[in-house]
Write a protein that binds this ligand. Structure first.
Ligand code: ACO
Length: 268
């Protein structure tokens, strides 16, 4: 088999912002790779992630998001919230020099670094060890599934810092745990441990940290064992199920099944 085309992965750009992307067959693994800063995140990473998502070819079926080392992500690099910032990165103080439209457009671009993970073309899986704080929690929430080590600690820290969760995390959190629990978790900025995360539906599975890689691998294998087109159509259907009325959703089911019937019988 010829080697997979990885020309769409800009490895230099990714490593320059502390990210890695490794393609293995139909599985892309994205690694937050700044363990010395507990995989804290920057706007440069969010832009690079959004562009990676936009460049993703159709044959990628699963995207795994993980952190290097024992922490998934400690959230935004907190230097960006202070007056000194980080050279080469937009800090909050830099942003405030622009007008409101510029700020809103900039945050929209940041959010693209998270929302690409909802693309129905693939299933996204967060593999979470240790802390997932603020932007780290939101990155895990941006994924469809979360395989979680028993040492995981989720925290929506933003309100404790005078901020709101603005990296597209509020909607999936409410969809997973309901409005009231989501408000309690955010407004208190408390830590949610692995067992509670499982009970609340945040964690798809909780396993000992040593088993995390293997359990994620088993899940990825199971996802790949189903029909690719059917998984894509099903993800899109489940995404619209909560917001559409029954008749509109039934229509979408019929249309999707028609495409499946056509695809399956075209092979005969
Ligand atoms: N931004 C920048 N640097 C960080 C961050 C961060 N978010 N988190 C950790 N680091 C750095 C520390 O400054 C330290 O650097 P140093 O070795 O140069 O001193 C190094 O990573 C290790 O940090 P420790 O605190 O020693 O690591 P520990 O494993 O004990 O604790 C923890 C990890 C719990 C994640 C802790 O570092 C922490 O609370 N970090 C801040 C979390 C935070 O408030 N994030 C912002 C959330 S809001 C949002 O994301 C929008």
């Amino acid at each position: 088999m010829p080697p997979a085309d990885t020309s769409w992965i800009d490895a230099d750009r990714l490593s320059g912002v502390g990210l890695r992307a490794d393609l293995d067959g139909a599985v892309l693994t994205v690694t937050l790779d700044r363990p010395q800063r507990r995989n804290s995140q920057t706007p440069g990473q969010w832009h690079a992630l959004g562009d990676l998502g936009a460049a993703l070819p159709d044959d990628v079926r699963v995207v795994v998001v993980r952190g290097e080392g024992a922490t998934f992500s400690a959230g935004i690099d907190t230097r960006l919230l202070g007056p000194d910032g980080i050279p080469g990165e937009d800090s909050v103080h830099d942003l405030m020099r622009g007008d409101d439209d510029h700020v809103l457009e900039t945050i929209d671009a940041y959010q693209r670094g998270f929302t690409w993970l909802a693309d129905p073309r693939f299933v996204s899986v967060a593999q979470v060890r240790g802390h997932a704080i603020g932007a780290g929690f939101q990155l895990a929430l941006a994924c469809d599934l979360r395989v979680v080590a028993d040492d995981a600690l989720f925290c929506m820290k933003e309100p404790a810092l005078g901020l709101v969760p603005d990296l597209a995390g509020t909607k999936p959190l409410v969809e997973l745990v309901g409005y009231s629990r989501a408000l309690e978790i955010c407004a208190t900025a408390r830590f949610v441990g692995a067992d509670e995360a499982r009970a609340l539906g945040i964690a798809t599975a909780v396993v000992p940290a040593d088993d995390l890689e293997a359990t994620t691998g088993d899940l990825v294998e199971a996802l790949l064992s189903s029909n690719a087109g059917a998984v894509r159509e099903t993800k899109a259907l489940l995404q619209s199920a909560g917001s559409l009325g029954l008749d509109d959703q039934r229509l979408r089911e019929r249309q999707a099944q028609l495409r499946r019937f056509r695809a399956l019988t075209a092979r005969d």
